[in-house]
Design a protein around this ligand. Structure first.
Ligand code: N01
Length: 546
């Protein structure tokens, strides 16, 4: 049911649009949520900041942007016709291909008619008396609905560090997560890239091929594995498609939500050095990160085991990069391998053998300021035409913390999450009834094949809404004790691994002042899905429905 009512307040007459559900964000999460809720007969409005669908793949248009999950996996499973019809040309999808896919899905399922583009939600307030969420847009429009779903993305709040002097820079500057739609040609230009995470590592080889000179400012060396991208073999595609439904089901029984990799059964420390070398070499040649992390069962649990893999990669770097000083700087030694997101590269280390590329080690120095003509780091002035910030995102909680979210007289979400996110299953927050999150903090989202987790969460949410409607219930909220238990479980699970040892965005460590707490659930998609299924089987255990 939907309607528009006109309210007269002291200051103005405002039209309030009414829906059954409001979804914020039209990336892969918001699109599928819309499809599911509409399937229940609900009148849904999706609000999207961009002027098109696709979320991450709409914004991150930097050169070389490509998914690090294989294209046959990184796609929706909810429609077999869709997955059979769509053809991915390469092993890993490029940003333009994935965006085309998102647009195709939007058209194929007629999603656009319920999406309001170029609209940023600034606040979401819950009225307990009416059991209604009321959202306000940046244009001052107001809409209400009993249910509100945050499909705002985990890496959707780009972070440009507040470098002194940035406003005075006379050249151009860019952030990977806000890339100009028309693209950027760096031919013949003097360019700086700041940051060597997944985004930086993908773009550096391409910018190096265009620029007159490229300086890369590296604060922390990352572990990169070869992607080994290639055209998708038609036979691989055919056999994968023939088994799609079974493969998708099997993916839910794996930690990362990707089937087809036999789970490791042995510790790295049980293998001889020669055995390990052979296995790591095979994985290196195969390309991709899952296969490598699956070499042994304790690479993310035991520091000594991890170091065998880390040393293998460091030796590879030394063998590829000709300048021994640069090789040393590029060799990660401040965190266990895999505790920051592993990067997949194409010619990344080789790029440092080019004459027009200079690596600047800022591990023990900061970028002091951006000047009119470049930047000052470690007391030295550098001059550039263009500066590219590949400095990442206020991850996992950034987009929701930017919004004014409150429910009645209680804490705002920002206050509630002051010491780090607290959720039940990464799907709901106690004290915020009828507000759901897709792949929120404390879910396995970012540690899994995202689209699979998105579908699982959106299905959980849609099924919950359907259950409530069927039983005449209007309000759902996790109990405080279920939330406390889940937060404890998420923390204990992370603490049993090496993950908290890295200063990663998983820990909030890239944002000054952000609480340091490991935010994703690393118990695996398999355990998480089982837990969610049990919760439902036990009548939505841990949720209070009235
Ligand atoms: O961001 P990041 P990203 N001065 O946070 C450095 C996904 N993704 O956009 O490590 C100097 O990883 C920072 O240094 P440090 C993927 O999940 C996926 O690259 O904090 N340097 C780091 O080197 C990924 O993990 C794909 O010491 C500063 C870099 O900037 C996530 O998005 C592709 C700095 C930021 O790295 C984020 O990746 C791209 C400062 N003040 C992204 N501040 C694929 O699917 C930050 N840095 C392949």
């Amino acid at each position: 049911m939907s309607a528009a009512v006109t309210k007269t307040t002291a200051s103005a007459t405002e039209t309030v649009e009414q829906f059954d559900a409001i979804v914020i964000g039209a990336g892969f999460g918001g699109m599928y949520m819309l499809h599911r809720l509409r399937g229940l007969g609900l009148k849904v409005r999706v609000y999207e900041k961009g002027d098109g669908v696709g979320g991450t793949w709409y914004w991150n248009r930097y050169p070389g942007a490509r998914c690090d999950v294989e294209s046959m996996e990184y796609s929706y499973s909810f429609s077999d016709d869709l997955q059979q019809d769509w053809n991915w040309p390469e092993r890993y999808g490029t940003q333009p291909e994935i965006l085309r896919y998102a647009e195709h899905v939007a058209d194929r399922f007629d999603l656009r008619r319920d999406i309001q583009f170029e609209t940023h939600i600034v606040s979401a307030h819950f009225d307990p008396a009416e059991t209604l969420w009321s959202v306000t847009t940046d244009k001052g429009e107001v809409a209400t609905a009993p249910f509100c779903v945050m499909a705002v993305g985990n890496l959707s709040t780009p972070r440009v560090p507040d470098f002194k002097g940035i406003e005075g820079f006379k050249g151009n500057w860019y952030h990977t997560g806000m890339w100009p739609h028309e693209g950027v040609d760096f031919t013949g230009r003097r360019v700086a890239v700041i940051g060597t995470g997944s985004s930086g590592i993908q773009m550096i080889p391409i910018i190096a091929g265009q620029a007159e000179h490229l300086h890369v400012f590296q604060r922390t060396a990352n572990f990169c594995l070869p992607a080994r991208n290639m055209p998708l073999d038609p036979e691989v595609e055919r056999s994968h498609k023939a088994e799609y439904p079974e493969r998708r089901r099997a993916a839910y029984d794996t930690p990362f939500g990707i089937a087809g990799y036999p789970p490791p059964v042995k510790s790295a420390l049980e293998a001889t050095p020669e055995e390990r070398e052979r296995l790591y070499e095979d994985k290196w040649q195969e390309g991709g990160s899952i296969s490598f992390l699956y070499a042994y069962n304790d690479l993310l649990l035991n520091a000594e085991a991890n170091d065998t893999a880390a040393e293998f990669v460091r030796a590879k770097i030394r063998s590829i990069v000709k300048d021994p000083v640069a090789a040393e700087v590029l060799s990660p030694n401040s965190h266990p391998m895999g505790t920051k997101r592993l990067c997949l590269d194409t010619n990344y280390y080789e790029t440092y053998n080019r004459d027009n590329v200079t690596l600047v080690d800022i591990r023990n120095a900061t970028i002091e300021e951006i000047t009119e003509t470049g930047l000052l780091a470690d007391g030295r002035a550098y001059e550039f035409d263009d500066i590219v910030f590949a400095t990442g995102f206020d991850a996992m909680t950034g987009a929701m913390r930017e919004m004014d979210i409150q429910a009645g007289q209680g804490e705002t979400l920002v206050e509630k999450w002051d010491a780090g996110p607290r959720t039940y299953l990464g799907i709901m927050v106690a004290g915020f009834p009828n507000m759901f999150m897709i792949t929120g903090p404390q879910s396995p989202g970012v540690k899994s094949q995202m689209i699979l987790s998105i579908e699982q969460h959106a299905d959980f949410i849609a099924d919950c809404v359907a259950h409530m409607r069927e039983h005449g219930l209007s309000r759902v909220e996790p109990t405080s004790s279920a939330e406390v238990d889940w937060v404890d479980h998420v923390n204990q699970t992370a603490d049993a691994t090496l993950y908290p040892l890295a200063n990663s965005w998983y820990m909030g460590a890239n944002i000054p002042g952000k609480p340091r707490i490991f935010m994703p659930y690393v118990g695996g998609v398999d355990r998480f899905k089982r837990k969610c299924d049990e919760v439902v089987a036990r009548g939505y255990e841990g949720f209070e429905m009235t």
